[in-house]
Design a protein around this ligand. Structure first.
Ligand code: ZN
Ligand code: MN
Length: 480
């Protein structure tokens, strides 16, 4: 038995849906004032009936297929009964595997890397509860709360893995790959605030399983698991038994703490949802969905390598940031020079936005557009500007949104390849750097020094190849 066993339960909102799972309220609840995106159905008034959102079935099937799950021919919904203020009906409509297959995805296998696969037990489609806003600070100290049902009824997928992760790094890798897959499918924007949540169960040395709830972003999952592994191993070292329990993650204090047990003792009394009939997907369903599916990260990677002749390393950097990969491909429509553009993006461009990676929307909000990068790289390729100048121009585009040629003109940044000008520059360097000129007759280092001086003299604009040739010619003349 391995030392550490970790399993995940991930909830992700199907953010691409226009409406909620069982009513026509908006799926994107984020811009609404509290309790204005609700109706009789999603606020659980008696006599209302749920109507299943067809797209939600399609999208969740798409997710299931992308994560290597089987999609059964028949899917069913169940009621999961519990009493909690965020749940207007006092039950959640969800899926449950009791009588064979009933949830939208089962028996999945997700490839983590060449060596490791993670089995996915099931993927189910369910409704999100409302949101409780605690008035005071932490959820364990407050004594009053507000409730907002705008989110209640939004479509969620729940992904449950087998406890097959053996360290937090594998978990991080999985969540990154999962995020990327969901983003490529275009159905879950995992970068949206509150769109993903994760529970993790952690056990050591075959001991009791501890469940960590309430991890509200993928980033925090690794920290929560690390904390829990440290806590449990220190208990083992002191011969204290690890209890089977539920703990919460406090993302401010960065610790897990024991949940009050009463709050967690559920008897969900699952039973089939009587208001939604069994849904028979039909024979062609899965193959139709497969036809509709957009390109997945691995396919995109293979295409980048074969069609654009990018290195695997470069392809990976681009694809691991879907928006950057999209940006890359839209530049290619303007100027098709994949290798140059990819290199420019992952070095010069990325180094400028690196500080700003927290700003997840940097590619939509910035003034730099595909036209800019296309023109800029073209100018480098045509030897009109140096790479260093290109980066300076890029900084100016970030600020002004002006075209590169316009900036290069107004700042006099074009490369100098006019020999007359360069001969003058070389002449003036030779006049001021007499000892280096003498050295250069025998020492190659000194020639580079002179080139550096010519570059400096021309404010970096001299075409280095021409300048070098002129320096050598001038040296030969001086030597004879
Ligand atoms: Zn509604
Ligand atoms: Mn759930």
């Amino acid at each position: 038995m391995s030392l550490v066993m970790i399993g995940l339960e991930i909830h992700a909102q199907v953010t691409a849906l226009k409406s909620k799972l069982f009513c026509s309220c908006r799926g994107n609840y984020r811009d609404f004032k509290p309790n204005t995106n609700i109706c009789a159905t999603c606020s659980g008034l008696p006599g209302t009936l749920p109507v299943i959102n067809r797209k939600a079935i399609e999208y969740s099937a798409m997710i299931s297929i992308a994560l290597g799950c089987k999609v059964p021919n028949k899917v069913m919904f169940y009621r999961k009964n519990y009493f909690y203020p965020d749940l207007p009906k006092n039950f959640q409509i969800t899926q449950y595997n009791v009588y064979g297959f009933s949830s939208i995805g089962v028996e999945g296998i997700f490839e983590l890397d060449d060596l490791k696969k993670i089995r996915i037990s099931r993927i189910q489609l369910e409704e999100d509860p409302g949101r409780i806003a605690y008035v005071d600070s932490g959820m364990n100290v407050t004594n009053s709360a507000l409730i907002d049902y705008n989110r209640a009824g939004v479509a969620l997928i729940e992904i449950v893995t087998e406890p097959e992760f053996t360290n937090p790094k594998e978990v991080r890798l999985f969540l990154n790959k999962l995020s990327l897959t969901l983003q490529h499918l275009g159905v879950c924007d995992t970068l949206l605030e509150g769109s993903v949540r994760c529970d993790a169960n952690v056990s050591l040395k075959g001991g009791n399983k501890v469940e960590i709830k309430n991890i509200n972003s993928f980033k925090e999952v690794e920290k929560a698991i690390n904390y829990e592994i440290t806590r449990q191993s220190s208990m083992y070292n002191r011969n204290i038994k690890v209890e089977f329990e539920t703990r919460h993650w406090d993302d401010r204090k960065k610790i897990t703490f024991k949940a009050r047990s009463k709050e967690e003792e559920h008897d969900y009394r699952y039973f089939p949802e009587p208001d939604i009939p069994v849904i028979v997907l039909g024979d062609g369903f899965v193959s139709n969905i497969k036809d509709l599916m957009p390109e997945l990260p691995l396919q995109r990677f293979n295409r980048f390598v074969s069609k654009y002749k990018l290195s695997e390393h470069t392809s990976n950097i681009l694809i691991n940031d879907k928006k950057l990969a999209d940006f890359f491909e839209s530049i290619l429509k303007i100027h098709f020079s994949p290798v140059e553009i990819a290199n420019f993006l992952i070095t010069d461009f990325k180094s400028l936005i690196e500080d700003d990676v927290e700003n997840i929307d940097y590619l939509t909000n910035m003034k730099v557009k595909p036209e800019h990068i296309g023109e800029l790289v073209k100018m480098i390729e045509e030897n009109k500007i140096s790479r260093i100048t290109a980066k300076d121009i890029l900084i100016k585009i970030f600020d002004s949104g002006k075209l590169p040629s316009e900036i290069a003109n107004s700042t006099n940044s074009f490369k100098i390849s006019d020999e007359k000008i360069l001969i003058d520059a070389v002449e003036s360097v030779f006049n001021t750097e007499k000892s280096a000129v003498e050295d250069a007759q025998t020492n190659h280092e000194a020639i580079n020094f002179l080139l550096g001086k010519v570059m400096k003299f021309t404010k970096g604009r001299a075409d280095p190849k021409i300048a070098m040739r002129l320096i050598n010619t001038r040296l030969n003349k001086a030597g004879t």
